[in-house]
Design a protein around this ligand. Sequence first.
Ligand code: CP
Ligand code: NVA
Length: 308
Amino acid sequence: MTRHFLNLADAGGDAVAAMLNDAMDRKAIRTSWPKGKADADAPLADHVLAMIFEKSSTRTRVSFDMAIRQLGGTSIVMDSGSMQLGRGETVADTAKVLSRMCDAIMIRTDDHAKIEELAANATVPVINGLTDLSHPCQIVADLLTLIEHDKALPGLEVAWLGDSNNVLNSIVEAAGLMKFNVRIACPEGYDPNVDFISAAQASGARISIFRDAMEAAADADVIVADTWVSMGQAHADAKIDAMMPYQVNDVIMEQAKNNAVFLHCLPAHRGEEVMPSVIDGKQSLVWDEAENRIHAQKSILRWALEQI
Ligand code: CP
Ligand code: NVA
């Protein structure tokens, strides 16, 4: 069966663990190499990755492009506005054509139903580069970053402050697969997706919702924030006001464990979801996290193409 990666559960906990090990091994080998140099074994030589962007991207675009290069393959990067997809060609027809021409497809889109339709009609792996529902590739990079900084995943207390969005859904999903706990602080009316929470709880993860940011942050190992206005959402003053008590600042970081770390998928909005003293401070891992997108994508690609 074609290995699509629309959510972390498509791979499962064992495969995510295998991806993390693979990513760490491959990253260690190429310390201080030029970034465009292919890995010695070039495991995806002659493979072509098609990338479709229906939303903006810096990290996902560059990291997938670098990932396929380092694996010995090449990419074709397309914005949907310059494709026939943007003029009404169906998702299904696009999937069938790209499957005949390329070895894998990565798409960033809005409605998750679109990526499901793409996958249903593709005969090559389809990888989720972010939808309104989830952002699984980001979370593989986040888990890699935590492990590298000696945060063993089982039992870890991860606090999420702010909006309930695609990134949070994938963190909650990861909690169920990798056996850590998530403490979510958000205002009333912005509660997280119940399906992801139920699935994670059924797998034994403790997922708690707080209205008080300090309570969620208390003794946490990891504090995570993301934008309060995701792509495709309107910038409403009422929402920003509701989110202000959930800003990650020095007071919040002091609530967490002394060796707690801060993650943010970026792009960040300093002065909104996070203060500069935190994101640019010594507990922040955001630059490792961003770099790790490359190493994570390589392992996701290798899993999708049945090399892991
Ligand atoms: N974190 C993330 O996905 O960044 P981009 O939107 O720049 O791809
Ligand atoms: N939640 C954000 C993540 C950006 C990488 C968004 O969807 O815009």
